[in-house]
Design a protein around this ligand. Structure first.
Ligand SMILES: *Cc1c(COP(=O)(O)O)cnc(C)c1O
Length: 457
């Protein structure tokens, strides 16, 4: 499969380029030049597969030039062997709603599903090409833990994780900072998530620096993550299979997870609406409901993994909306950078064919956790509660699946506020509480962070 950048579709890249680079040199995001949907009979052949077999069928066409199908099958099985449920994910009923639990991996959030696979992709690549790489990633809390768990102790690579200091939950922090492997570096940046993301982008865009350290990235803009996440939309559809197209409600920050649902739809899966559920950092809700894509200041909430005002993956959607015109996309992105972009009516109508949106504030989120616990005796994490609340506020009654993105024990404060108790870590993770944490605090200063990286490798 050929890939191009959303800001220059005249130059072709292979999956290997796309995977290792993460972000294109022109600042754009990689997308396939052409996405071929599965034919009806091909979809029929997928419907009874196990999660792992389904993953191989969906992912292989995107990466065929990188490894053989047999190698992919064995990496998938290795990646998901340590998940706490048999088929990687689990679907539960909440009245008429289905909830797709994606948090049964080692760090208790959906991000493990893509990241465990990516970790093994790196290892596969580095066994063939001995050049040492340095992976730098910004996290709002969950990506970092998932990345470190997937990459710790692997040969020929270091992983640097930038998290916003004091703005993530203690459980989130511990899951990243308790590791003793010498290739793991945790940096607490005195700033918010967008600052962390900007630092990483600036390091990538500094060609001299990024070449010198052979920099690579696993943020949610990495295409490999998107394809790994598209798998569970298919899996849920085939498990639920009630003859109707399904809508998916997705607690959304960087627009990666929900974009994977959009990819599933482009691949031919009968998806009705993709519901963008946000907290009060609601740029995407304002954009999709009324075209207002201007950034406001990021506010801290009880759903920290969505405290984002720059949804990086949105660029991929805009590229489609602009009829795959990379010149126009580039223009739009520079308007977004100047914070002057409004989506015009024509484009918004196109977006609304596939997406709707809703927002929950912190109070509504806590109330939703309580209501679900009262009604069903199920404790959901606050991000998942935002996803469920969005469906309720939109008044959707059937054929909806909510993506449950994290285990409730990761966000004890919100759970405590809602139901005056907290959820325990799964037994297999109890050790986390006794380990010593290791991280360095740095100012929100590009030169200081670069210096730290240089001195560490
Ligand atoms: C990362 C994350 C999200 C947001 O996902 P995006 O792909 O950034 O939109 C939502 N919930 C949880 C728990 C997360 O960790």
């Amino acid at each position: 499969m050929n890939y191009i950048s959303t800001r220059n579709n005249h130059k072709n890249f292979t999956f290997k380029d796309v995977f290792l680079k993460g972000l294109a040199d022109d600042g754009g995001l990689f997308v396939p030049q052409l996405i071929k949907p599965f034919k009806k009979e091909e979809l029929g052949n997928l419907k009874n597969l196990s999660y792992n077999d389904l993953a191989a069928e969906i992912i292989y066409p995107f990466i065929g030039d990188f490894m053989s199908k047999n190698d992919l099958i064995s990496l998938i099985s290795k990646s998901y062997s340590n998940f706490r449920c048999d088929d990687v994910v689990k679907i539960i009923d909440l009245g008429n709603l289905k909830v797709l639990e994606l948090f049964h991996g080692p760090t208790l959030a959906f991000k493990d599903i893509a990241m465990q696979l990516i970790g093994n992709f790196y290892q596969y690549h580095l066994e063939r090409d001995q050049k040492k790489i340095n992976i730098i990633v910004a996290t709002s809390g969950d990506t970092g833990a998932a990345a470190i768990d997937a990459l710790k102790g692997k040969n020929n690579l270091n992983v640097f994780v930038l998290h916003p200091s004091n703005k993530i939950s203690p459980v989130q922090r511990k899951l990243m900072t308790i590791h003793e492997e010498s290739n793991v570096f945790n940096i607490a940046v005195e700033g918010n998530f967008d600052d962390c993301q900007n630092l990483v982008k600036a390091m990538f865009n500094d060609e001299k620096f990024s070449k010198a350290i052979n920099m690579s990235g696993v943020n949610s803009i990495n295409w490999a993550r998107i394809i790994a996440q598209a798998v569970y939309y298919f899996y849920a559809y085939f498990k639920i299979r009630n003859g109707q197209p399904l809508s998916f409600s997705v607690p959304t920050g960087n627009f990666g997870d929900i974009y994977a649902g959009y990819l599933a739809k482009k691949l031919g899966l009968p998806v009705d609406k993709l519901i963008v559920a946000t907290n009060k950092n609601d740029i995407l809700h304002r954009a999709i409901s009324g075209g207002d894509y201007t950034q406001k200041k990021v506010e801290e909430t009880n759903t920290p993994s969505m405290d984002i005002q720059m949804a990086s993956n949105f660029e991929r959607l805009l590229y489609d909306v602009k009829n795959c015109n990379s010149e126009i996309t580039k223009d739009v992105m520079s308007k977004i950078k100047d914070n002057t972009y409004k989506i015009d009516k024509n484009d918004l109508d196109k977006i609304k064919k596939n997406f709707i949106s809703e927002m929950l504030d912190e109070k509504e989120t806590v109330e939703m956790i309580k209501q679900i616990n009262d009604e069903y005796q199920i404790v959901v994490d606050p991000h998942t509660a935002v996803g469920i609340g969005a469906v309720k506020k939109l008044g959707l009654k059937k054929n909806c699946v909510v993506l449950s993105t994290a285990h409730p024990c990761k966000f004890p404060k919100a759970i405590e506020d809602a139901i005056s108790k907290t959820e325990n870590l799964p037994n297999s993770l109890n050790y986390v509480n006794d380990r010593k944490e290791k991280f360095d605090v740095l100012p929100n200063d590009l030169e200081k962070v670069k210096e730290y990286v240089m001195n560490s490798i």
